[in-house]
Design a protein around this ligand. Structure first.
Ligand code: NDP
Ligand code: ZN
Length: 183
């Protein structure tokens, strides 16, 4: 898609997407003790893709910016289609966990689903996990034991470890993070 859209239009699309995500996540905070604004996460995931993963496909960057909107805000699939089109909306839905399921089951589903995900969704997943693992290395969320942090690293590896040859730079970075923790 991005190849058919001029550079000026791509910039406009990206800014529109950041604006949409910022408004949707406005009231949310991350789980760290400082209660960092939630929007830092989707923006950071898009930044990892663009500046570490070398991804310039605007569709993937938009999906990264929007990846938690349906799961964590009142955003609907239809709304994303209306604002950003089906391609972006479909990638976001691939990133969206079914929140009606118990947490443990939701986590297991991510492990099972990953193989069938599109290449674009896998890229977003790599950057999403890399961001969260770095966040955990930076600061432990309030109330989290070392054991819980360790479990998160193991689970993240069982998801992203199944992704190979999708984005070498990000796969390498994730492996460094897992190796440093001996997981
Ligand atoms: P997680 O424990 O999986 O929380 C991590 C998620 O929170 C990330 O995937 C990320 O999701 C988001 N997040 C927000 N802020 C941060 C941050 N600063 N650093 C990293 N991630 C952040 O999810 P739940 O809170 O839903 O907990 C459910 C699971 O935790 C269950 O499987 C349960 O069994 C387990 N658990 C384990 C305990 C233990 O002591 N071992 C205790 C309690 C629960 P996103 O990318 O969507 O923002
Ligand atoms: Zn996320």
């Amino acid at each position: 898609m991005s190849a058919a859209v001029s550079e000026g239009e791509q910039v406009k699309l990206l800014i529109k997407t950041v604006d949409f995500a910022a408004k949707k996540h406005a009231a949310q905070r991350r789980k760290d003790a400082e209660k960092t604004p939630y929007i830092n996460h989707p923006v950071g995931v898009a930044n990892i893709l663009a500046n570490e993963g070398g991804v310039s496909d605007v569709t993937v960057l938009q999906a990264a910016l929007l990846h938690d909107t349906v799961e964590d805000t009142d955003t609907s699939y239809e709304e994303l289609v209306a604002y950003f089109g089906e391609t972006v909306a479909n990638i976001v839905m691939e990133e969206t966990d079914d929140k009606t399921l118990p947490k443990a089951e939701r986590k297991q589903k991510q492990v099972e689903r990953i193989e069938k995900m599109s290449r674009e969704a896998k890229m977003v997943k790599l950057a999403d996990k890399l961001y969260n693992l770095r966040d955990l290395n930076r600061a432990t969320p309030e109330g989290w034991s070392e054991e819980r942090v360790g479990e998160y690293f193991k689970w993240a590896k069982s998801v992203t470890g199944q992704i190979q040859g999708v984005n070498q730079a990000l796969e390498l970075e994730l492996n460094k993070v897992y190796d440093a923790r001996n997981v």
